[in-house]
Design a protein around this ligand. Sequence first.
Ligand SMILES: [Zn+2]
Ligand SMILES: [Zn+2]
Length: 340
Amino acid sequence: MAALEFPFEPPACNGELIDVVPGEIKWLRMPLPMALNHINLYLVRDGAGWRIIDTGFDTGATRELWERILPSLDGPVTGIVCTHHHGDHSGLAGWLTEKLRVPLHMSRAEYFAMRLVHDLSLDSWEDRAYFRHAGVSDEQVAGFAQALRGFERRSPPAMAYHRLRDRETLTIGDHVWALRSGEGHSPEHIALYSSDLGVLLSGDQLLGRITPNVGVMPFEPEANPLEEWLVSLDYIGELPDETLVLPAHELPFHGLRTRALELKAHHGTTLERVAALCAEQPDTVYGLSRRLFRHRPGAMDTIMAVGETMAHLAYLLKQQRVQRTLTAEGCHVYRISGAA
Ligand SMILES: [Zn+2]
Ligand SMILES: [Zn+2]
């Protein structure tokens, strides 16, 4: 299997377009208001125009960038594809479809997730139960809600969509793209693979340098997303190793199978670390997350660390490698199976 190779330098986050597949696919970047400070978007040649792959997070800066990019193209935008509903990917889907009157393609689960009003106040009893079970105090949760203000969706979502389904295809211009769904990072993520171009538009399903977040969310506290994620990695890892992977973050790369295996190995290592931490000292999800990850103070980072730790614990729980008990204070404490 090939070692990872990163054949391109990134474009600036200012509307610069790079021809990653000359005449067929352009790459651009937009800023994100978080630790991961950019998203990659792509334009795929569609006859005389271009199909947009993912839209950017909805901010004044990203709208301005689109206002600058759209008139610079040599043809009209023919449609929009969103790999999944996360705000950096679908945030401007409603704004763009309204402005351009073009169709939006997404999977069904991602479309409806996008349509939901995202309430980030974290004050439902379910949200509070999730964090209490994880060992996060009510004061911390109030701080998270405060910090998340401003991350709510700004523009209304697109009111209709065309459905993308696993194992079906989407034709864009001269090329037929095979669709592969993935779970674990989001409910029904779609990656697009063209065998004649030798390209995978991987969204967040396969990233070259960072590991996509795989977390248990408050709306499904008993989920086992890591199990789904590992199955999805095997599925995407079946594609040819020489494929050029065009991911939504960091750099395009060659070495698809190597990367899928690296990501699997990464989670395998993390599972062992979590099990070892539970053996050393039984602890809550929050306590374990602090021992597992370098502490970063931001609300989003803490929430993601808690969700990610919980995902690894849910996997170990299903394998019966750890056990979970509820304390009088309402926290789940995890210990290694068989320990007193
Ligand atoms: Zn995502
Ligand atoms: Zn993303």
